[in-house]
Design a protein around this ligand. Sequence first.
Ligand code: UDX
Length: 425
Amino acid sequence: MHTRISVVGGGYVGLVSAACFSQLGHIVNLIEIDPTKVQAINQGRPPIYENGLEEILLAHVGKNLTATSSYESIPDSEVVLICVGTPQAQDGGADLSMISSAARSIGIALQRSDGYHVVAVKSTVPPGTTEHLVRPTVMKCSEKDANAIGFVMNPEFLREGLAVQDFMKPDRIVIGSSDQMAGDRFEGIYSGLEAPLIRTSLTAAEMIKYTSNAFLSTKISFSNEIGNICKRLGIDVYEVMKGVGLDHRINPYFLNAGAGFGGSCFPKDVSALIHLAKNVGEDPALLNAVVEINDKQPMRMIELLEKRVGNLQGKKIAVIGLAFKNDTDDARESRAIPVIIELIQRGAKVAAYDPQANSSMSKIVPEISYCANPSDALEMADACLVMTEWPEFSYLDREFDLMKRKVIIEGRRILSCKDAEGICW
Ligand code: UDX
């Protein structure tokens, strides 16, 4: 049974969700304000790289998937999905301006509708947002009766680079709803996906998302703290975590010690949760520590580097790996950023290389040189810092012979050459 779905917001969550819902047989309109993105999507060219996304677009655009800049599909859509961004605001909380604007546009568009509609929030929003911001805004702008529109909160758990896989094979589907009927109607669009399904309240669904990301971030900062202790004791933290992760209550994932977590989600979501805790009078001591460890961890690369090569003034330092993790061109909150900024401040000459993220990093730190391959970065370098776990780096070996000195420090455990020292191993 197919449903007519409008998805508002064509970023990586909205675009992947729209594509995957069309793959499940629904009739999907993706509403995106950027006309170049709309055009690319309608030509089957995804504006972002996500494994498997292009094949799905090519199979469904022009059939049951259309991208558009207008809200005219909303009145005929049984389900409207809000997938707009909620970036970090100046005060550390979530910026909900795009959520408000989407809710207003959806409400106005629903004035022209008949029948029952479900408005679902998929964006990551602080608990209470769907009930106290989205619902009243949509109801006011739509001028509809209360029972004409139901509200749902359906968080996403998509990893960049693996988003299609994570959508089609989820660990769980979480549906928070304002009432039973809204949740029941919404549940139907996921038929065809095999996964545990949780029905809960709107606020619990919002909190499940924040708590998931905060816990994954906590695992990483915990692993980094253990790694920092292990390094002083001459113990390999990866050996330790192999033994720890086999406990079924812990599991082996997200225990990789290194330069810390980056990306467009973990930093902003932990910060938003801290901000929320303080607003309700709680002191989030553990979450503050997770952020503090993550902020300090990259500086250990600089400390180790200075210990090995002395004063950095005038030294050439190769930084290979710029993306916040492998298999993405995204450099947002990459742990390479604070390292590069500190190198510049200490007078080093930085030569950077990344298989995909040179261009995104050059928009953040334009004043360093970007190389087309690792050898150009390593040529006559006094040291090399590895900041992203790109599988291709594990094949680097003879390229290191190009360096003036073979001082190699890993922020991510990826190299196979024996000369490397790890940030916390
Ligand atoms: C994350 C969550 O995994 C996903 O469920 C959520 O929907 C969005 O945020 P993403 O930000 O794409 O996904 O990246 P992820 O693969 O989780 O990695 C985040 C950061 O943690 C990266 O910088 C990565 O290098 C780092 N990391 C990850 C570690 O340092 N150690 C680990 O063991 C795992």
